[in-house]
Design a protein around this ligand. Structure first.
Ligand SMILES: [Mg+2]
Length: 123
């Protein structure tokens, strides 16, 4: 499986990678903001799942979700928002824009696995 990790924090991208590897993900791509994520997608095609940070420069998580959901090529790709407690009020707008799930930071690998199983990415 392939995961796209979108966060302006390199540390957060590493944490996600470590959480996902034991779940059977073997390919990862990373992006530091929404605009870079769209470039990765154009280069590499759809991923099984993308983890999307909320606060990022250039293009934030909500703008990215809207852009991804406009493109039929990415219709099957699951989008998981990574939020902090202060963003939680905005989660609803991301879900309405087409995000599939959200996970609150700080998260554990178990929480990631649980969310992915809820949306059918892992069993
Ligand atoms: Mg951020």
């Amino acid at each position: 499986m392939r995961a796209l990790l979108i966060d302006d924090s390199r540390t957060m991208r590493s944490i996600l990678k470590r959480a996902l590897s034991p779940l059977g993900f073997e390919q990862f791509a990373e992006a530091g903001d929404g605009a870079e994520a769209l470039v990765r997608l154009a280069e590499l095609g759809a991923f099984d799942v993308a983890f999307v940070d909320w606060n990022m420069p250039n293009m934030n998580g909500l703008e990215l979700v809207k852009a991804v959901r406009k493109n039929a090529d990415y219709a099957e790709m699951k989008l998981v928002m990574c939020t902090t407690e202060s963003d939680l009020q905005h989660v609803q707008s991301a879900m309405e824009a087409g995000a599939n799930e959200y996970v609150m930071k700080p998260f554990t690998p178990d929480m990631i696995g649980e969310k992915l199983s809820m949306i059918g990415v892992v069993s």
